[in-house]
Design a binder for this molecule. Structure first.
Ligand SMILES: Nc1ncnc2c1ncn2[C@@H]1O[C@H](COP(=O)(O)OP(=O)(O)O)[C@@H](O)[C@H]1O
Ligand SMILES: [Mg+2]
Length: 235
């Protein structure tokens, strides 16, 4: 399914799984810092299921979700990445697999969820793709079926990373925030505004989301040694 790329292929690949391809790079280190911070935030409450969203599209949610999931898998814990973006799913491209069946099939067609989860070529990392795009994603995501599926998955995995659509466009992320332990907001510091970020936070708070923090994507830090404070790449 997913094969490790050589350096040239990796540079030309727009969907970079850098934590896998170049684990020693400073960017990978930042993804591991996100993982560490999530683990540290689990003081009073178990942090098993983490949802990633953003205000607008193209903030880097899916890129961050995939790399954070790899960072969790690298700790040796059984990790599941779920593509809950039933509107613009991308994880099947990222992991070079098919999307004939996936989450939407499990909800609608009663297909056994265990049969739909694939083991990726990355050790300990499992993937549940989105499945065929349904006409009513929000309805599927707020169904009892979805809640029960999450309970089953929680019993079978140590960590679950959930990728979602943008929170300011559709209700999907807010709906799901109710059935996960914590939420990360991803923002592209070059294209997303503070106002957008504030609105995203408010809309998630209305849904009682447990917001763990904000991931600043595409930000080059200027303080101290910027090399080590580098979150994402300039395109
Ligand atoms: N830090 C980054 N540096 C360079 N390219 C990035 C970065 N984050 C995301 N991208 C690219 O931007 C595009 C949108 O990212 P994606 O993760 O799919 O966003 P979203 O899921 O929020 O819509 C993709 O082509 C991705 O490879
Ligand atoms: Mg996405």
């Amino acid at each position: 399914m997913f094969k490790k790329k050589n350096k040239l292929e990796y540079i030309s690949d727009p969907r970079q799984l850098i934590v896998h391809n170049d684990p020693k790079s400073p960017i990978s280190e930042q993804y591991r810092t996100i993982r560490t911070n999530i683990i540290f935030s689990a003081v009073d409450k178990e942090m098993k299921t983490i949802l990633l969203t953003s205000g607008a599209p193209n903030a880097g949610k899916s890129t961050t979700a995939a790399n954070v999931a790899i960072a969790f898998a690298q700790t040796g814990k059984k990790t599941l990445l779920i593509d809950c973006d039933l509107r613009r799913p991308t994880m099947h491209y990222t992991f070079e697999t098919t999307n004939t069946n996936g989450l939407s099939s499990a909800i609608v067609n009663d297909i056994n969820i265990q049969e739909l989860i694939e083991l990726t070529d990355i050790h300990n990392l499992h993937l549940l793709t989105a499945g065929p795009i349904p006409p009513n994603p929000a309805e599927l995501l707020q169904s009892f079926k979805m809640k029960n599926l999450m309970k089953t998955l929680e019993a079978n995995f140590d960590f679950i990373i959930v990728d979602t659509p943008p929170a300011l466009s559709v209700a999907d992320a807010s709906i799901l925030s109710d059935i996960v332990d914590g939420v990360l907001i991803v923002t592209n510091t070059k294209t997303n505004s503070r106002d957008e970020l504030r609105k995203t936070k408010e809309s998630l708070q209305k849904a009682n989301a447990n917001i763990l923090g904000i991931v600043l994507n595409n930000k080059k830090m200027t303080t101290r040694d910027s090399y080590y404070y580098y979150y994402g790449g300039d395109k």
